[in-house]
Ligand binder design. Structure first.
Ligand SMILES: Nc1ncnc2c1ncn2[C@@H]1O[C@H](COP(=O)(O)OP(=O)(O)OP(=O)(O)O)[C@@H](O)[C@H]1O
Length: 252
């Protein structure tokens, strides 16, 4: 990605499905290395916006630029090649495979090898090396040989982040990383996200766990009825009467 352009620029994004206006006029710039939280009441359009950024959904108006490059008409895998990575609200791990194997498959896909489960993994081969590094980065070394299906929710989320890291993203979209995570696992996961960001990556995160989100991000973008209601530092945004009204369900 180019150094001087915003990592992400959403330029007047709109999405109309049938008679429903799902997104309207969403304009947002995220600088390289910035961490921005996206919040808003249920149904505000946060996940749909992530779908538009990652290429799952094509907007009916506006443009998506990654590092200055217009990717609006590019598909998911093409955007992934430009350095975009995403986790989903629901777990995307293969439960029967161990943690290392899950990450190795993600690394193999990035390295362009056939994503075959049957390819014999050897220590020292590229994908296995990447997998070991990414597993260590999220602090799951001790579970590298554990079947993903038996990991705690918190460890599954860490594993998903390791799988994401294996694709070497520069812009990371995290969709509710704390969803389903027990209170004992929250601090560890926060630390992993902090490290993910600390190593220079740009992060955009949807998260309902407000305390966690406000403690992590540089700026917050608030969505309401498909529009961006406010963007600013956590303190400024939470003090904004329009944002408070949106959360209380009052008209704004
Ligand atoms: N394909 C679709 N067709 C029609 N309506 C849709 C479609 N996708 C999303 N919507 C509607 O768009 C709105 C935004 O949904 P979205 O899931 O993006 O909200 P959200 O802010 O992520 O909500 P939550 O916090 O509950 O996950 C909702 O009213 C949803 O019902």
């Amino acid at each position: 990605m180019s150094q001087d352009r915003p990592a992400l620029h959403l330029d007047g994004i709109g999405l109309q499905i049938g008679g429903a206006r799902i997104l309207q006029g969403v304009t947002l710039e995220v600088a390289r290395g910035e961490m921005v939280g996206v919040i808003g009441p249920n149904g505000a359009g946060k996940t749909t916006l992530f779908d538009v950024i990652s290429g799952v959904t094509t907007p009916t108006s506006g443009r998506v630029l990654l590092a200055g490059e217009d990717v609006t008409s590019r598909r998911v895998h093409q955007r992934a090649r430009t350095g975009l990575g995403r986790t989903f609200q629901t777990s995307s791990v293969f439960p029967g495979l161990d943690a290392r194997e899950n990450v190795r498959l993600a690394a193999q896909a990035k390295l362009g090898a056939a994503t075959s489960l049957w390819r014999f993994p050897r220590r020292g081969d590229d994908a296995t090396g990447v997998a070991d590094r990414c597993i260590a980065e999220v602090g799951l070394d001790h579970h590298a040989g554990t079947a993903a299906g038996v990991l705690s929710h918190g460890d599954k989320r860490k594993l998903e982040i390791a799988m994401l890291l294996a694709t070497e993203p520069e812009l990371v979209l995290l969709d509710e990383p704390m969803a389903g995570v027990g209170s004992g696992d929250v601090a560890g996961l926060v630390e992993v996200i902090r490290r993910l960001h600390g190593s220079g990556r740009t992060v955009l995160m949807v998260e309902h766990h407000m305390e966690v989100l406000l403690g992590l991000v540089d700026r917050v973008a608030v969505m309401h009825h498909g529009e961006l209601l406010a963007v600013g530092t956590p303190d400024a945004v939470m003090a904004d009467p329009a944002v408070q009204s949106a959360y209380l369900g009052e008209p704004v």
